[in-house]
Design a protein around this ligand. Sequence first.
Ligand code: ATP
Ligand code: MG
Length: 443
Amino acid sequence: MKITINLPENVKTIIERLEAAGYEAYAVGGCVRDSLEGITPPDYDIATGAVPGEIKKAFSGYRIVDIGEKHGTIAVISDGGKVEITSFRTDGNYSDNRHPDEVTFTRDLKSDMSRRDFTVNAMAYSEKTGLIDVFGGEQDLKDGILRCVGEPEKRFSEDALRIMRALRFMSERGFTCEENTENAIRGLKNNLLKIAPERIQTEFDRLLLGEHAERIINEYYDVLGVIFPELLACAGFDQRNKYHVYDVLTHIAKTISAAPKARVLRLAMFFHDIAKPACFKLVDNHGSFKGHAEKSAEIAEKTMRRLRYDNAAVSRVKLLVERHNDDLQADEISVKHLLNKLGFDTLLQLCEVLIADDSAKASFVKEELKNHHAVIEKAREIKASRACYSLGQLAVNGDDIKKLGYEGKKIGEVLNKLLNSVIENKTENKKEALLNDISGHRD
Ligand code: ATP
Ligand code: MG
């Protein structure tokens, strides 16, 4: 049966225009893979036998953006948005394990398909020809198999980013790795050290957010250990601790999948216990990990900086990891203090971290989950009621305090004292009451 894929109108128009000019043109790569799986692709890439100059000529009158003409990619802006068109090409030698030394344009679709990483990513489609599947990508997709196009060792030696892409695709799509592909990934894992940190970051984020992150972290911890060396000691590390039923790595992997799909939360879970093996001490035959939250936070910060994460992500993950053992109380006054210290969004994230963490411990610990959910509930309630928990909400400000004769640091101290008093329901959040309170204190 001939397979049909519903391409968007603008993609069809672009393909037809290239065909009318005498060139082959197809939708290729991720969009074909996604369409065959019934997933709407985030974008469509087109490959063509036309070289960049010929593409430009075929689209004279259109807005064109040069994305990387040297590598043969040109974007055409049409009614349906931006579509990237890439000339069929073969890649030359890869002397740096990442970039081809030069690319050569070709008129032959098959040559272009053979430079692509995995069989599921090496299919082409057009209305005119239907599916063109030179390497058995369709069958691999049906079987859920990730397999290199060509010789795996050669392909991962050419470009080690493909190792991270493989892990990411497996995590996102649940593929299992074909044996030779898997052996080559493990054998060549050290080449990951040659890859730009920003590229690792992008793939690693997608790996963590994948539906199958738990399995991939467990199965490929040795490969990830090239980038995150502290992970290696976590594998099989027996915690000898009544709160835990899993070794450190298994626990970490479970908490990642238990956390909501938000980048900082999943990063926080990845790092939260990473320093446990280094902090382990046996006290009365019970495993103790004193100081591991702070040490794990240090590792998170150092590692995320090395991988060029943005400052906001680094400081948020660091805080969440540092506090992942905090004992949060769900009563109103405690939650107001927490809201003041952390802010609403961060407090909710910290609760999510605690929930993910406790859900992967011994079953009696799961009693704690009720408490963490109660903190979230209470925080929402306080926010909705617009009750005062921060200096900005206080009915007096710095100027009011200054008028009473206070100066410098003292002003902040008085304001904070008043805020605590309001949070603890000792003073009403009204200007008069607050000012009275101060004179009371001064006497
Ligand atoms: P997604 O868009 O979901 O990340 P994708 O497969 O479209 O998946 P892209 O990075 O958009 O991934 O790349 C488009 C296509 O280019 C891929 O499907 C693949 O055929 C090819 N490709 C991308 N990166 C590489 C690489 N490092 N080595 C070989 N081929 C690659
Ligand atoms: Mg894509």
